[in-house]
Design a protein around this ligand. Sequence first.
Ligand SMILES: *Cc1c(COP(=O)(O)O)cnc(C)c1O
Length: 408
Amino acid sequence: MKKSFLFVFVYIGISVLTSCQSDAKLSGYAELDAWAQRAANAKSNIIGYPCNMNIELEEFYKWYMANGIENMMLNNAGDPFVENSAPFNAGKFEKEVIEFFAPYYGWSADECWGITTTGGTDGNNHGIYFGVNYLQRLTGEEPIVYVSDEAHYSNIRLADLQNLEIRLVKSDLMGRMIPQELEKALDEHHPCLIIYAFGSTFRGAIDNIDSLNAVLARHPQMPVYRHVDAALFGGYLPFTQYRDMLDCRLHPYESVAVSGHKFFGMDEPAGYFITSRRIYDQQKDYNIPYLNENMRMIGCSRAATTSLKFWWLIHKVGAERWQEQAEAMLANTQYLKQRLDEIGWPCWVNEYSNTIFFKRPCQAVVDKYVLACNFDEQFGGELAHIVVMQHVDQQEIDRFIADLQTMK
Ligand SMILES: *Cc1c(COP(=O)(O)O)cnc(C)c1O
């Protein structure tokens, strides 16, 4: 009797111990663990923001930890296009990331220059800064910045930061810069730094590069620099049948900024900025003896993990699967449009866009699906939008439509 009682006791003891040890999910900080659980549970319902929730970095982190790199400081300070022998620098992979993406925008690997960034805003900051330097070197004058009133606010913030005059150009009902309004806003006696919105945040509007370039071409004496803010659309459109839309040989512009955490499945804010060697060569020199070249980018240190993860995704996910994903996103966008139309829910979508905006549902639906909301009288007032990313499949759309009809 005694022996078996002891046996049961030891058995219970061991199983309690092992269950505690194997539960690596618990940090010992209740609020931290509760936050992690809530995030993990909500993941597939987050459809109001442009993030790809089908992240494929598990193997990356395993490789990273298997090599003990998590206990090392990494830093890509320096020009990634110049060799860097520091063992903590992953600039070689950063350069390969830029050389992989550059041809999707019309630059060959040997005529491009770029960096990985902390996100779309960092890329736009470089676009504006490079544009100012280029135009100043050409003319000795500061440019006026032109951007549509529907463009991402970061452009206005950044032009403000550089103390530049900003002219907001009116957009049409669907959010696209109106060429005639650009014509009216232009002051041809000053250099022009124009930012094209390639997928505006709320309505998913694409500025028509060709018709806006045609307006600029009517002022041949006015020096021009064109930056494309393509944070979300610049990720997926190059992997669809519309890939030529961002080819700068067909639709000329000087630089582009794209986010990495929107289409490409980076797990934290990241992106890239790409321009041509010609523009790079016109930038201000800062010859820093302890770094590997003239530093032309704004920041000194850059995250090496951004380059490593991007490089990993290029090899492990890659162009072919990005193409499948991009096409599925556009097909699912049409599916969501069709389902909303079927139930008579007012909704709108731009051409080439994966962003559908519609009459704002009740707060319970807004909360459950983490919808982004807005107000616009032209569309009847209160609005919300869904960005159809990789994890927003037809099942998820059906669930959303069912909730839209039943939740109050
Ligand atoms: C998301 C977005 C930005 C900002 O990018 P971050 O990566 O959040 O800094 C800028 N412009 C557009 C069009 C965007 O969609």
